[in-house]
Ligand binder design. Sequence first.
Ligand code: FES
Ligand SMILES: [Fe+2]
Length: 458
Amino acid sequence: MGEMGKIVEVAGDLVEPVTIGREAYVSRDYLEAEREKLWRHHWLQAGRIEDIPNVGDFITYDILDDSVIITRCAVGSGPDTINAFHNVCPHRGRKLIDTPKGQRNARGNKTNIVCGFHGWTFNREGKCSFIEHRDDWQGVLTEERTSLGKVAVDTWGGFLWVNIASDAGPLREYLEPAAAMLDPFQLENMRCRWRKWIIFECNWKVAMEAFCETYHVPGTHPEFMEFGQFRGWGRNQGRHSNIGYDAPKGQEEDAAKLRLGAGEDPRQSTWEMQDFTWKYANTNTTMTLVEAARRLKDELPEGTPAPEVSRHWLASARAADEKRGVHWPVVDPMHTAKSGTSWQIFPNQQIGHAVNNMLTYQARPYGDDPNMCIFEGAVYELYPEGEAPETEWEYTKPEDWPPVLQQDFQNMAAVQKGMKNAGWKGAQPNPYMERTVGSLHYNLARVTGMGAPQKIQG
Ligand code: FES
Ligand SMILES: [Fe+2]
């Protein structure tokens, strides 16, 4: 983290303007550096704990040519109840569990993993329990030679995290300060409402950067401007970063997060914004919040000031959820303001958090083409005990995503193309609102040794 100190803080919250060359986005050498130095040596979010509720349940996670099996070996939520292994047979290298064609990952339940080539068999601890004609090896097949290779695995926020080379240190330390800032939101209690994935014609960083700043909102999502102008910020947080909005004057800090509709009648505009968000984004809100917004006009007199509308709306939604057994955590408004609206967990996980819902994005390379990526989006919320829907990763065409996300998608491939144009001289992210972009590349450059942002000389 020491090197981040090189960024000179200037007046206000601005950092120095930087430019980022095309190398990080289009070069094969850069992709190879990522393979060797990034993906294998950092903690990567690979799934949810609830994806493997029963002993023997497993999922796989693929990144470039590496693949990991994550399996539940015992009941409970401690890290020792989950094992992760390299998804490869120690005999002659067959990938042990194939990803079914067209699916994001394999998922199932197994007592033993049996290799499809010659039948070597492994238990949930990764120990080899059967080798046909074992004696032919004349006694050299030690446990070490025949066991599956262990991969570091741990949990935080309800997510499963893996570190392929098992050299990234404790997960908790790696995630700070994001973990401490997000803990009060109790993300581990949320369950998926929907999750989709898609293969895109852009670098994984282009995809992540389409969602890590609010500067694009007026240009890409002009409809949202009708609901009020909000000044967004981005902040370096060590190897991670976060974004948020400044609270409108006179409103409580947490109003900056659950954006209240602006306009003549805040009761009406809050409802319109919630209705729009539900229908066209299906993210960042829940039916309870939408319904509470719909009731505002019945429950509050005309002329109720915006801060009061905001307070009432949230209290009424919270009470409605309490009644059906959904308990929102109570988070101090100052903490909420500092935590912002979303976190970029290095390198490729974005978590848009709230007290009762969350939106996550991830992107990783597809094949070994720097111009392609796998992009994933998932929306979570709090459900009454036992009422969460069963969801699977759904492969969908761009037009099957919520319309607001399609607006973002339209930029992604176009950016990848534009970055290769001879006339392009490198990205110049907004030093206040898109600081997250610079932050990602400072941190990546420390890992890859390539593509560092350069200060723009005035
Ligand atoms: S490669 Fe797995 S048993 Fe031969
Ligand atoms: Fe967007």
